[in-house]
Design a binder for this molecule. Sequence first.
Ligand SMILES: [Zn+2]
Length: 362
Amino acid sequence: MSRHPATRNPGALRHRPDCLSSADRHNVDRVRPLALLGALVMACSSLAAHAGAPRDGDVFTNPAGSRPWPGPDVTLPFFARKTWTSLVGRDGAAPRVPYDRAAMLENPSLTWIGHSTLLVRMDGVTFLTDPIFSERASPVSFAGPKRLVPPGVPLDALPPIDFVTLSHDHYDHTDLASIEALARHGTRFVAGLEMGDLVRAAGGEVVELDWGESVQMGAVRVHCVPAQHFSGRSIVGNGRRLWAGWVVEGPTRRFYHAGDTGYFDGFRALRERFGQIDVAALPIGAYEPAEIMRFVHLDPEEAVRAALDLGARHTVAMHWGTFDLTDEPPDEPPRRFRAAAEAAHLGPDRAWVLAVGETRRW
Ligand SMILES: [Zn+2]
């Protein structure tokens, strides 16, 4: 892998860093001025021969093809049930503990803020994954899936955040109000191709990457890796922003955030490419009805299979107990996850189920 220093050009409104400039790339020209970066030294490169995410015209697809979609006899009753639960609410929130500021600032450490939002400290950098601090995962403030549990750490209690990874554009992962608040403090964003419009609309600076590409953020390298999912924030124009997972690789630690994904052979491929992952954050919830969800989300047993494929030192469960998105009881995923982990001889020290607000050292 070659490394080039990023072009520093504070006077330009937009520029294309030399690391992202090959002519056959997909307009990865979204890197904006680095003037606000301060001490954060940044360099980036693309892999010599990365395959990139598959596309069909201007729509991204999955290596496994298109998502199977059941008929209206399955989908319509599901949407009706979720409209109902978003109005009346359901029990089953993840347990929450008061956050421990000293623990949260340890290096390395990991704090579950809820859903797929993790605060990670490693190799001297501090970052957030898929930050959502809003009341609802929705385009509107008065409807849509409501939080079952408040964020484990409020936005204004966070330490300075060096960067944020965004896995995809769904409302429970790309929350514009949270991006806006973080951008005001100078946080930078790393996201998949074509995600830039959203981040910039919220005032953030963003580096957009294809699968197989990476960017240096201070002491760590952030790699964009495949996920099996989809994208879209309305009923039209879906698939035009890329979904991804992230491997954050530092001098002493490797962290993986799977984003949203179904079970696929990408986990084994990551192990081959990166070797030992120290912590893998895997989604374990939002799996029923399986006819709709299986291709795009892991169920708890599949999450354990993924953990075994990855061979990670630790796995942390996420994407459960925070927003009520699907049919299974919100508190079922961790029970099934722990049972499957025990059956696979992954004890509580290997397969973590955290409370919201809880911090672990790793
Ligand atoms: Zn999603």
